[in-house]
Design a protein around this ligand. Structure first.
Ligand code: DP6
Length: 358
């Protein structure tokens, strides 16, 4: 058998509106609570991955944003590749049993993997989510895997928890599951990317810098030291998940906005409750929170909802009718010449919630 096989795919970023923060099993990447996110349109923020399988490759190699990385040092990447290969092997056996004589033994071939993001890596803009989702999706395409998207989400989850949600477009829940082996800790779609076309995300890039405390280390510290986390995972999140699903299904922006902001606040509160405390927000992030609150105060309904992941960059959800007004406000407030302290990289992009991975 000769020749190579190659696939290129893209995967979008997702931004959680009910945050995943805490692992009950670090090696299987099982969370302490369920979470829910919105997948953004991929034109603005996406990962793109090309994978080539070739019998002549002497080892599997990886390039991230043009720079070669040591795959053997990246355990999560290895786990994803191993799991995808295992599924491919099973599939090959199935094909052989079904009488196909020309099955290509792709599972045995080494791979060359090239992945790039069109946005800053590891700056709290969900680069690991789109990156691992893209890796798993591209492997599944290369291997022609017959598995469902939720089954593939089990693999992406082991690369990076939030990655399991980026395999779907639209509104996506990651159900924490109860099984010790993680077999029910999967992503499921709540509503597809066409469900709520009026919803838009404004991405406010406050900083392109790499985050100071990585998610995994931060989560482990919070799980060990924060008494507030217990309250959050037992008393708060289960109810919020139900309410948020309702808000999405009914396209109830008021409910959606309030839960989104409260959940972002509580996530940063458990970070602050960790010991030593973890700070992801900076002065500009806090000024954005204040601005959104003031904007919301001028009408009886919420018009905008901020949320922050493990970094200072804000995502503000709003309805399309408010985008120009809100983006103008944010730009005037933060990008006016008198605001010397704002980094020159500060920018605001409006991203629709459409389409999923291709
Ligand atoms: C704050 O998915 O990056 O963005 O599983 O350790 O890779 P690992 O963590 P990761 O954590 C994301 C945390 C968050 C909230 C969220 O996306 O739900």
């Amino acid at each position: 058998m000769s020749g190579y096989y190659e696939k290129t795919c893209t995967a979008p970023v997702n931004i959680a509106i009910i945050k995943y923060w805490g692992k009950r099993d670090v090696s299987l990447n099982l969370p302490t609570n369920s979470s829910l996110s919105v997948t953004l349109s991929q034109d603005n923020l996406q990962s793109k991955t090309t994978i080539r399988a070739d019998p002549s490759f002497s080892k599997t190699r990886l390039w991230l944003n043009g720079i070669e990385e040591d795959v053997s040092a990246n355990k999560r990447m290895q786990t994803c590749i191993k799991e995808a290969r295992r599924l491919r092997s099973l599939y090959e056996q199935q094909l052989l049993r079904d009488g196909n004589s020309d099955v290509v033994p792709l599972a045995e071939y080494n791979l060359h993997i090239c992945s790039e993001n069109n946005f800053p890596t590891a700056a709290g803009l969900a680069s690991s989510a789109s990156g691992f989702a893209c890796l798993v999706y591209t492997l599944a395409q290369l291997y022609s895997l017959p598995n469902s998207t939720s089954e593939l989400s089990l693999i992406a989850r082991q690369g990076s928890g939030s990655a399991c949600r980026s395999l779907f477009g639209g509104f996506v829940a990651w159900e924490m599951g109860v099984n010790y082996d993680g077999s029910d800790s999967i992503a499921v779609q709540i509503a597809d990317e066409h469900h709520w076309p009026e919803l838009v995300a404004l991405i406010c890039v406050v900083s392109d810098a790499k985050k100071t405390v990585g998610s995994t280390a931060g989560m482990q510290s919070t799980v060990k030291t924060s008494p507030l986390l217990k309250e959050r995972i037992e008393q708060v999140v289960p109810k919020r998940m139900e309410e948020m699903v309702k808000a999405i299904k009914n396209k109830d922006f008021n409910m959606f906005a309030e839960i989104t902001m409260r959940d972002s606040n509580q996530f940063h509160a458990v970070c602050l409750d960790s010991f030593p405390p973890i700070f992801y927000l900076n002065d500009i992030s806090r000024a954005i929170i204040k601005l959104v609150n003031e904007y919301n105060a001028i009408s009886s309904d919420y018009k905008a909802a901020y949320t922050f992941d493990a970094g200072p960059n804000a995502v503000i959800y709003t309805l399309r009718e408010n985008v120009d007004e809100l983006a103008g406000l944010v730009k005037r407030y933060f990008m006016g010449e008198e605001r010397g302290q704002i980094p020159s990289s500060f920018r605001v992009d409006a991203v629709p919630i459409l389409e999923k991975g291709s």
